[in-house]
Design a protein around this ligand. Structure first.
Ligand code: HEM
Length: 476
């Protein structure tokens, strides 16, 4: 692995063919084909493998990935949704892939998925943080930082809580809820409130985000051949128009939401953040937030429904901390909730991998990875590695207690939010939303599954329990 000193911080060694193709490596304007000379690696290729693997990921989630890891070893090649990829499941290797941004590019990896949807991708100095590396990426993170600090998160917590309470009161009144759909819409409602400062338009945003997200999984990337691809382009355009039309008003009126904070930033950020960049930065955050926290909450509702003893433990703790509304500061005492949330993210991983492209030839142990290779560091597989976790398929939140601390066995053991320069910006917000939601839910009702079923882990495209998680809800 290369070493980073202040002098060479922004000068990674990059294979010439990559530079010729993408130009500025820190802000690439074009993605690259995933074809690479990787036949020397164990694994599979071809159309049948592509179909089997794509369906396997979607329908059987981490179970499929664990199976492939057992079959092919810690580093293997495969095809997924038409992309040729190398999957890496060894904990130390996953860690180095996620952290060593002088050998691996995050921007090139995410552009592989999203290029072509937005004609102006990376045309401004700032874009989605996942499309940037090095200095422009640090600039984007710096601009976002205050909007994800402690004070801002406490404000978002206070804004989200009444929205959760109102929805839960409605479910209690009805006596049932189709939780998976309801929680996704609810989280989009919360996002439009805390990111955009508006109480309406959540449906439109949700539709546009779904369309935008589905593009990378369409079989063809031609607007002529694929309606999914066309919808994705339209979804992105709608998001741009909705945000752009509000910029002037936000600059004039201000507000505590992410969008208003960033609109105010454009004036003070030395010309780095123009309006196109601002719009893309906000879309980048909203797209990363979309269906991640809500998928985790849906999996957790399923687990709590089939493990009523944990529901009871969490309820006791919630009532002990506050019988009424909980404050952000007090929510930090919800220690059992925190353990169950962590165990949910371990057992039903939300983000399966850290996606990267090799900037030059890299050796991972005995395996040579040629420059340009699309690599997925499988954080989801490491979170169920039997060398790190006792009885990894078992739901056991106590593995996160200080005494057992299984998550500390290796630095790579538990990385649900990634690690390194691209670590999830929304980590604290997601954890806060989970605490606010479960406190409100458990102090109002008890719930069971309407129909018992054995949930599987699936990717849709975020990791989530299978089925619709229909709940019977009973007032306390
Ligand atoms: C439980 C919910 C969530 C999980 C499990 C999750 C997971 C992740 C992971 C694994 C990454 C790193 C990707 C990589 O290195 O390739 C990431 C990045 C990111 N996440 Fe999250 N995320 C969650 C919620 C959120 C929320 C609520 C937001 C926004 C408020 C958000 C915003 C972002 C952004 C902007 C990035 C890109 C950071 C960068 O490139 O510097 N995430 N997330």
């Amino acid at each position: 692995m290369s070493t980073t000193t202040p002098e060479n911080r922004d000068q990674p060694q990059v294979a010439p063919f990559i530079l010729n193709h993408v130009g500025d490596i820190s802000r690439p304007r074009r993605g690259m084909s995933t074809a690479a000379a990787i036949e020397h690696l164990p694994g599979e290729a071809g159309i049948v493998a592509n179909v089997r693997n794509t369906l396997g990921w979607m329908r059987r989630g981490n179970e499929h990935l664990l199976e492939q890891h057992r079959r092919f070893g810690p580093v293997y090649r495969t095809v997924f949704a038409g992309y040729t990829v190398v999957c890496v499941a060894d904990p130390e290797m996953v860690m180095s892939i996620a952290r060593d941004d002088h050998s691996w590019s995050t921007a090139l990896a995410w552009l592989t998925f999203f290029q072509g949807i937005d004609a102006k991708i990376n045309a401004s100095q700032i874009d989605s943080p996942l499309f940037l590396d090095f200095k422009p990426h640090r600039d984007a993170r710096k601009i976002l930082q205050p909007a994800f600090g402690h004070t801002a998160t406490a404000g978002y917590f206070d804004a989200a809580t009444p929205i959760f309470e109102k929805a839960i009161d409605r479910w209690v009144e009805q006596g049932h809820v189709s939780f998976k759909d309801a929680i996704r819409s609810l989280l989009v409602e919360v996002s439009t409130r805390i990111f955009l400062g508006v109480d309406s338009g959540a449906r439109e945003f949700e539709r546009a985000l779904i369309d935008y997200w589905e593009g990378p999984l369409s079989l063809s990337r031609s607007a002529l051949l694929s309606s999914k691809w066309r919808r994705s382009i339209r979804g992105h355009r709608v998001l741009c128009e909705m945000l752009r039309s509000r910029i002037a008003e936000r600059r004039a009126t201000g507000g505590d939401d992410l969008f208003s904070r960033l609109c105010a930033k454009t004036q003070e950020s030395e010309g780095i953040l123009d309006d196109d960049g601002l719009v893309r930065l906000v879309i980048g955050v909203m797209a990363a937030a979309f269906a991640t926290t809500s998928s985790g909450l849906a999996s957790m509702a399923y687990l709590l429904a089939i493990h009523p003893e944990w529901q009871e433990k969490m309820r006791e703790e919630a009532l002990a901390v506050s019988k009424g509304r909980v404050s952000y500061e007090d929510s930090k005492q919800l220690e059992v909730t925190s353990r169950v949330w962590k165990e949910t993210m371990r057992l039903y991983p939300i983000a399966p991998y850290c996606a990267r492209r090799a900037l030059h030839d890299v050796n991972l142990g005995q395996f040579r990875i040629p420059a340009g290779t699309f690599v997925m560091g499988l954080i989801s597989v490491v979170m169920q590695d039997s060398a790190l976790w006792s009885n990894p398929q078992r739901f056991d939140p106590d593995r996160f207690t200080e005494e057992r601390a299984e998550d500390k066995k290796s630095k790579a053991s538990f990385l649900p939010f990634g690690t390194g320069a691209h670590t999830c910006t929304g980590m604290h917000l997601a954890n806060a939303e989970a605490k606010s939601f479960w406190h409100a839910m458990l102090t109002r009702c008890r719930f069971t599954l309407e129909r018992n079923y054995r949930g599987r882990h699936t990717y849709m495209p975020a990791g989530i329990v299978s089925g619709d998680v229909k709940l019977r809800v009973e007032r306390l």
